[in-house]
Ligand binder design. Structure first.
Ligand SMILES: [Zn+2]
Length: 239
């Protein structure tokens, strides 16, 4: 148990470049400053993230990888893994599960941050009938990540080729799901909101209108008490 309480590594598993920042940048910035080591795993290549007909998808993919690395470094994260699946076409497959498990067994995080796969429609608990469809890549990423945590990465007979390569099984202790309709854990990010915005702005290809967009986002992040928060469904896994 001593090893687990001293383990301050976290893996952020995102469908697209920039999802990790929207979901958890303020938390990453604060925890990294407290000694946590953050790693990212981005499942898709972000190749659909443009309305510019003159921007070739291959060039956009390279731009978005670079932007994601810059965003992660802005927050004090250590490294970014990319799986490179086609944007908008992510499916729950045995291959995807195995690749996520491999990264879990490599990074060996205590905490995993990812999309809440139970959210089909984001409701935000605000206006009645108002909602937004949760992207299918987000749902696939969240679902495969949770299954990778339990039981797949933990049990040695799952993807035994990893063990043959020298990796060990791994047990994650905490899951933090962003984009949840049933959040139970708030992280106050008021003091680091400018760092969150800076990390999001690192995704230059995505936010051509720049800081004006994020001034509106701050209103979205602000609660009734005037403080800004990231809201997660937190799950502790005792077993
Ligand atoms: Zn996304």
């Amino acid at each position: 148990m001593a090893e687990e309480t001293e383990n301050k590594r976290a893996l952020v598993i995102a469908a697209h470049p920039d999802d990790g920042e929207f979901g958890a940048a303020g938390t990453i910035a604060q925890w990294a400053a407290e000694g946590w080591e953050f790693y990212y795993l981005v499942c898709t290549n972000g190749a659909k993230g443009t309305s510019d007909p003159d921007l070739a998808p291959e060039r956009l993919v390279r731009m978005r990888e670079e932007e994601q690395r810059n965003a992660a470094m802005t927050l004090g994260a250590r490294d970014v893994y990319f799986l490179g699946y086609e944007d908008g076409e992510l499916l729950y497959t045995r291959e995807l599960l195995g690749r996520v498990v491999r990264v879990l067994r490599t990074v060996r995080p205590r905490a995993v941050f990812t999309h809440d796969p139970e959210t089909l429609i984001h409701t935000w608990g605000r206006e009645p009938f108002q909602g937004a469809v949760n992207h299918s890549d987000h749902r696939a990423t969240g679902l495969v990540s949770i299954d990778a945590v339990y039981p797949t990465a933990r049990d040695r007979l799952n993807f035994p080729e990893h063990l043959a390569e020298g990796l060990e099984t791994h047990k994650v202790s905490e899951i933090y799901l962003w984009g949840s309709n049933t959040p139970n854990f708030d992280v106050d990010i008021t003091d680091v909101v400018d760092t969150k915005v800076a990390a999001l702005m690192a995704h230059q290809s995505q936010f051509p209108e720049g800081s004006a967009f994020f001034e509106r986002m701050k209103d979205f992040w602000r609660g009734e008490d005037g403080r800004m928060a990231e809201r997660f469904r937190k799950v502790i896994l005792p077993f």
